[in-house]
Design a protein around this ligand. Structure first.
Ligand code: PMP
Length: 377
C-alpha cells in the first residue's frame, strides 16, 4: 500500500528535480561570484574565465573539438536560434528546409513562421507507425536548395529514437545543408555521436539542472542572425548578460547526465511495460526501441485526463499530453501521427523516468492505475 505522504513523480520528461550538487554550485556562484562577466574589473574577468571553462567542459563532455556553445534561457530559445537564426543568416544559399511532423512546438512553430512570414519552402516528413523517420525519407527530399534539416533525436511524448547518424550522412552529402537536432530528451538517455551534428540543444532542467538555462551547441564555422540584439554577448549571437551560475551548472548537469547508468531505468521501463500489457484497455504507443526514459500508452475505454487527475490526487504524477502542449492541444498530434485513432490520440498517458525513480514507484503506479481504471466510469 502506498504511504500517503510518498510522492511518485513520473513526469521527468516535463522537468526533473534539480540535483543537490547543482543547487550548491548555484548558491555558491550567485553569492560569491556575482560580478558581470562582461565587466573589465578583476571580478568580471574572473567570471568570464569561469564561463569560458564551463563551455570548454561542456564541449569536453560531448567529446567535441569543432563546436562552440551559446548559452540560452532554454531549449526553446536554442531551437529558435538554431532554426530561425541560421535560416535567416543563410537565406541567400537556398530556402528549402526539412523537418518532421512530430517535432516539439519550439521547432515546428519556427518552421511555420519561416514558411508563412519569410517564404521558405518547408517539407514536413511523416513518421512511421513507430514515430521515426528514415535516412532515405530525408534523402528523397534533399535538393541543391536545401539548407537545413531538423530531426529530433528522441521524441518527448513517446520516446521514439531517430537514426541521427545515418541522417547526418545524408545531409552532409549536400555542402550547403546543415543538420539541427533537438536533443532535449536525448542527452544521457541514448548514445549519440554529437560530433556528426551541426547544431543541437540542451535544456538544463531536463537533466537535473536549473530552469531558465539552456544551450545551443554548434559547429564553429556556422553563423546566426541574432534573435536578441543588444550588448553583443555570446559572440554577438545572443545579447544579454551571461549567467555564470547557469554556465557552470549546465556544464555540471551535462557531465552528470552523460555518465548516468541507464541500466536501472531500463529495468523500470521493462517492469512498467510488462505490467501495462496485463491491464485491459491499455494500448502501448512506445516500443522496445524507444528511449527507456519515456513510456507512452493510450486508454481506449477511459478518459486520460480523468485518470491523470485521479492519480494526481493519490500523489502520483504523470502527463496526459506533453506539459508544453497540454493547454493548447486537446489531443496528441504525435500519437495521431503514428496512425492511431482519435480516441487513442485524445487519451494518452506519458510516464517518464529519471535516475531518482525506483521499482517501487513503478509498482505503486501500476497498482494505483488499475484501481483508478476500476473506480472511474
Ligand atoms: N524540445 C523538446 C523535445 C522538449 O521536450 C522540450 C521541453 N518539453 C523542449 C524542446 C523545450 O525545452 P525548454 O523547456 O528548455 O524550453
Amino acid at each position: 500500500m502506498k504511504d500517503n505522504n510518498k510522492i511518485v513523480y513520473l513526469d521527468n520528461a516535463a522537468t526533473t528535480q534539480v540535483s543537490d550538487e547543482v543547487v550548491a554550485l548555484f548558491v555558491e556562484i550567485e553569492k560569491n561570484n556575482f560580478a558581470n562577466p562582461n565587466s573589465i574589473h578583476a571580478l568580471g574577468v574572473k567570471n568570464a574565465k569561469s564561463v569560458q571553462i564551463a563551455k570548454e567542459n561542456i564541449l569536453k563532455s560531448f567529446r567535441l573539438n569543432k563546436h562552440k556553445v551559446i548559452l540560452t534561457s532554454s531549449a526553446t530559445e536554442a531551437n529558435n536560434l538554431a532554426i530561425k537564426g541560421y535560416c535567416l543568416k543563410y537565406a541567400n544559399r537556398g530556402k528549402h528546409i526539412i523537418t518532421t511532423n512530430v517535432e516539439h512546438p519550439s521547432v515546428l512553430e519556427c518552421f511555420k513562421q519561416l514558411k508563412e512570414q519569410f517564404d521558405y519552402n518547408v517539407t514536413i516528413l511523416e513518421v512511421d507507425s513507430k514515430g521515426c523517420v528514415s535516412a532515405s525519407q530525408v534523402k528523397n527530399e534533399m535538393s541543391k536548395d536545401t539548407i537545413l534539416v531538423s530531426v529530433m533525436a528522441v521524441n518527448n511524448e513517446i520516446g521514439s529514437v531517430n537514426p541521427i547518424n545515418e541522417i547526418a550522412d545524408v545531409v552532409h552529402a549536400y555542402p550547403k545543408a546543415n543538420l539541427h537536432v533537438d536533443t532535449t530528451q536525448a542527452i544521457g538517455k541514448i548514445d549519440l555521436d554529437y560530433s556528426k551534428i551541426d547544431m543541437f540543444v540542451v535544456s538544463s532542467h531536463k537533466i537535473h539542472g536549473l530552469k531558465g538555462s539552456g544551450a545551443l551547441i554548434y559547429k564553429s564555422s556556422l553563423s546566426f542572425l541574432p534573435l536578441l540584439s543588444g550588448g553583443g554577448q555570446e559572440d554577438g549571437f545572443r545579447s544579454s548578460t551571461v549567467s555564470v551560475a547557469n554556465a557552470s551548472t549546465i556544464a555540471l548537469a551535462i557531465k552528470n547526465a552523460l555518465k548516468e547508468d541507464r541500466n536501472a531505468v531500463n529495468e523500470l521501463k521493462n517492469k512498467l511495460v510488462e505490467g501495462l500489457k496485463d491491464i485491459d484497455g491499455v494500448e502501448l504507443n512506445s516500443d522496445e526501441n524507444c528511449s527507456p526514459y519515456i513510456v507512452n500508452f493510450s486508454l481506449n475505454k477511459k478518459k486520460a485526463s480523468v485518470v491523470v487527475e485521479d492519480l494526481s490526487n493519490k500523489g502520483i504524477y504523470v502527463s496526459s499530453v506533453s506539459a508544453c502542449n497540454s493547454k493548447k492541444e486537446p489531443y496528441s498530434y504525435v500519437v495521431k501521427a503514428l496512425g492511431k485513432n482519435d480516441t487513442l490520440a485524445h487519451n494518452t498517458i506519458r510516464v517518464s523516468f529519471s535516475k531518482n525513480n525506483t521499482l517501487e514507484d513503478v509498482e505503486i503506479f501500476l497498482k494505483e492505475l488499475k484501481n483508478t481504471l476500476e473506480a472511474i466510469r
